[in-house]
Design a binder for this molecule. Structure first.
Ligand code: MN
Length: 291
């Protein structure tokens, strides 16, 4: 949230979906330390966790509550569109640049996410979105169109869960990959540069995401608890966390690069071995190249 607000030139309304009012209060209290100019353009709203009656067990599908993103229509009845982000996503571009992608949707599309998760062969070929899937940690949803979806969004989600539950590896992300495998015309695939994960270090980014190698990541996603395991990604997270929002973006970029360069130990994701990782984790902060 701090990165989104720091980089944005717009007002941002956050809807925090949680099963804990205390967690929400903590977040709001942390934001009180932000400079006034940032606080004034930000608002927070608590949205209590909700699951369909008799489907409360879906809460534990993957990480606790990650499956809440399947029920945005119910959670946000007043909203017409939403940028969904996991709690472990950090922007390197202003979030309004991501929001702009709504304007590229054709007349049927109502959701968008960055492609390339890895192997998606655990889901049957006839229903999976693709062999490599997409990541659900950062998405755009046109909620108006979802509400109008003739087969019923929530009915489909529950049907998919009942039918394919035994195949799931990533829980609710698998449900989304099956939904948009069945109803492909409603999904807009986005470039992998919108979702850098530790997995890209392991594989080497060059063959799987050349855009990111050229331009750097536009958003970083701390999957596999990578922000909490010593290494480049933890340094990235810690530098953002400690940042006071009183410097310019360029000054912050310089500080981030210094901290990344000073991070020498090997990490379990193999990021230390990629000589381009420092650049990829910092380049888009002030890049005008938004190709
Ligand atoms: Mn996540």
């Amino acid at each position: 949230m701090k990165a989104a607000v720091f980089l944005s030139r717009r007002r941002i309304r956050f809807h925090i979906v949680s099963d804990s009012q205390a967690v929400f209060d903590e977040l709001v209290a942390a934001a009180e330390a932000w400079p006034t100019a940032y606080r004034e353009k930000t608002s927070f709203q608590f949205v209590a966790s909700w699951y369909p009656p008799e489907h409360e067990d879906m809460k534990g599908l993957f990480r606790p509550c990650s499956s809440q993103r399947l029920f945005l229509l119910h959670l946000l009845p007043e909203e017409s569109a939403v940028l969904y982000m996991d709690s472990d996503v950090i922007f390197l571009r202003p979030p309004e640049e991501f929001w702009q992608i709504f304007h590229e949707f054709d007349e049927k599309q109502f959701a968008a996410a960055a492609v390339y998760v890895g192997s998606y062969h655990h889901i049957p070929k006839d229903v999976r979105y693709s062999d490599v899937g997409f990541n659900a940690g950062l998405m755009l949803y046109n909620l108006t169109r979802m509400r109008q979806f003739p087969a019923g969004w929530e009915d489909q989600v529950l049907n998919i869960t009942a039918e394919y539950h035994s195949k799931f590896k990533y829980g609710d992300q698998d449900i989304l990959n099956i939904f948009f495998g069945k109803f492909r015309s409603h999904f807009r695939p986005l470039g992998c540069e919108w979702n850098l994960r530790s997995f890209y270090c392991k594989l080497d980014i060059i063959p799987v995401c050349p855009e990111m190698l050229n331009c750097g990541a536009k958003a970083v996603h701390g999957t596999a608890a990578s922000f909490y395991s010593p290494g480049k990604l933890m340094t990235f997270f810690e530098t953002w966390k400690a940042m006071k929002m009183t410097q310019s973006i360029a000054e912050f970029q310089a500080e981030l690069r210094t901290n990344l360069a000073a991070t020498k130990p090997k990490d379990k994701f193999g990021c230390h071995g990629r000589d381009y990782i420092d650049r990829i984790l910092s380049q888009q902060l002030i890049s005008n190249d938004v190709s």
